[in-house]
Write a protein that binds this ligand. Structure first.
Ligand code: ADP
Length: 497
């Protein structure tokens, strides 16, 4: 639609006739943009310069009449309306001008009609333009749709629901399908279009789903293994016209195979994990007995045969005793490690302050021996495995005391709340851990020092990690050599504060 004032081009050789027409147009409110062409040359030049919204053509120009002017106009601007303005015009002539494409004509004697005729022609041209635009848009969207339909990797098909005499849906027929769907079902479209599903598949596959789609007007999705044996298709069906529905099919065979493989692997992993756990448990449990025998006989040797042993033999017995004691500790810790996964209690609500105090009570000898100071802040009440929580805190506090530096150990235990978890911190002023070791110390048997320097089996932190992970949290350390260490662990929020 033209919102600005219309551009009017008048072809007229007579100045007085031009003025007459111009005056009419001005009086009728159409006089803002009028251009005057006196002859063929100026008419062509005007057309080149700007596109008029309408042309008023004098019919009786010498050597260049209205009809020729109109043909020229139509060649260049087929949609611009043209009105013939003329002196008396015969019926035949009038028909001829209309045939040549004139929108209307106005007799000079009747020039007062000019405004209304111009306005109507402008209005009709506007409508024509709008209609053409809509048609163009429609065509483009149809093209886009066709492109999508034919180049989509998803199978698209359209179907018509078929009813029996009582109006009950009993079958459906395919009315269209795209190339991707042809490939998916491995059938050419001529074998599918117009064919009833019962004829195609032996029965109307998934009719209940499609009936539901048509009844509720809502889309549904389901997996299919029957349309193309050996393939799994994910079908989404939705209504698109009365009695018609469309389906979108995606071949998910590969995805399904991967899922099955993944599930199998997870099962295998769980099985081998539990076997490993079982093995660690049995091995460490069964090792206790021969170890007890070794230490028992070593003690007997010392008690009964001490007089017969020379100094060197006594030293050998002492070494053997120390080795046996270390092996006993190792086996005990290994047993504990294997139990974290297999023998755990259900989670119960527990006050973490009490559990931390209990861990400190268990460590009181060590605390006194090293003159350690334990500073515990407020801790929340949480759903935990109490025994494991005490073991976790005890291990961390034990290490914090054990790996002290030159000054007496100070251990701070704090907890802060984050959006969906609690973050605990056990901080010490000990020897610290270099950045290169901060990951591996959580692995089983990883120690940074010899047993002579600091006693231990290298299993404590691996147990801590297992406990924290079993509770849905994670464990890490922040530390610098000589500046103490801070062990953090998180526990998801459950229970009250
Ligand atoms: P263990 O204490 O029996 O050696 P852990 O698994 O508890 O075994 O610890 C593994 C190693 O991590 C320790 O040997 C030690 O080198 C280092 N470590 C653990 N806690 C601390 C700490 N608080 N300060 C310094 N080093 C530590």
């Amino acid at each position: 639609m033209i919102v600005r004032s219309p551009r009017i081009l008048i072809l007229e050789d007579s100045r007085s006739d031009y003025e007459l027409a111009r005056r009419e147009l001005i009086q009728g409110g159409l006089g803002q943009e009028i251009e005057w062409a006196k002859d063929r040359g100026s008419f062509l030049e005007a057309l080149e310069r700007t596109e008029p919204d309408i042309a008023l053509l004098d019919h009786s120009l010498p050597g260049f009449d209205g009809i020729s002017a109109m043909r020229l106009l139509r060649e260049r601007l087929p949609d611009v309306p043209a009105i013939i303005v003329s002196g008396a015009i015969g019926e035949e002539r009038a028909i001829e001008t209309m045939r040549a494409g004139a929108t209307d004509y106005v007799l000079k004697d009747n020039i007062e009609r000019l405004v209304s005729v111009t306005r109507r022609a402008l209005h009709e041209a506007d409508q024509l333009r709008a209609r053409k635009e809509v048609e163009k848009e429609l065509q483009e969207s149809r093209k886009r749709y066709e492109l999508l339909f034919s180049s989509s990797n998803e199978g698209i098909s359209m179907h018509e629901l078929l009813h029996d005499d009582d109006g009950v849906p009993v079958d459906y027929r395919t009315i269209n399908l795209n190339p991707a769907y042809e490939r998916m079902i491995d059938l050419p479209r001529e074998d599918v279009v117009g064919i009833n599903a019962s004829a195609l598949f032996g029965r109307p596959l998934h009719l209940d789903w499609y009936r539901k789609v048509m009844e509720t007007g809502e889309s549904v999705s389901f997996e299919d293994t029957e349309i193309r044996p050996g393939k799994v298709l994910l079908i989404s069906a939705f209504p698109f016209e009365p009695m018609r529905f469309a389906t979108l099919a995606v071949d998910i065979t590969y995805r399904k195979e991967l899922e099955t493989q993944l599930e199998e692997r997870a099962r295998e992993l769980a099985r081998s994990n539990s076997e490993l756990q079982q093995f660690a448990y049995v091995a460490s449990h069964d090792l206790q007995e021969p170890l007890r025998m070794v230490t028992g006989y070593l003690a007997l040797l010392q008690k009964r045969c001490n007089d017969q042993l020379d100094d060197q033999a006594r030293e050998y017995v002492r070494f053997a005793e120390e080795g046996a004691a270390r092996a006993r500790n190792l086996v005990r810790d290994l047993l504990e490690y294997s139990r974290v996964g297999s023998r755990h209690k259900p989670l119960t609500e527990a006050n973490m302050e009490h559990l931390c105090d209990l861990a400190c009570t268990n460590l009181r000898e060590q605390i006194m021996e090293e003159s350690a100071v334990i500073d515990r802040g407020p801790l929340p009440i949480l759903l935990v495995d109490e025994v494991q929580m005490v073991a976790l805190l005890q291990n961390l506090i034990n290490n914090a005391i054990k790996f002290h530096g030159s000054s007496p150990p100070r251990v701070n235990i704090r907890c802060r709340e984050e959006s969906d978890e609690w973050v605990f911190c056990v901080r010490d002023n000990g020897i610290g851990i270099g950045p290169q070791h901060q990951e591996r110390i959580f692995e089983i048997f990883q120690r940074l020092h010899g047993v002579g320097e600091y006693p231990g089996s290298g299993i404590g932190l691996a147990i801590c990690k297992k406990i924290v992970e079993r509770h849905g949290g994670c464990l890490w350390v922040e530390s610098c050599i000589g500046e103490g260490s801070a062990f953090f662990f998180t526990l998801p929020k459950c229970g009250r504060t």
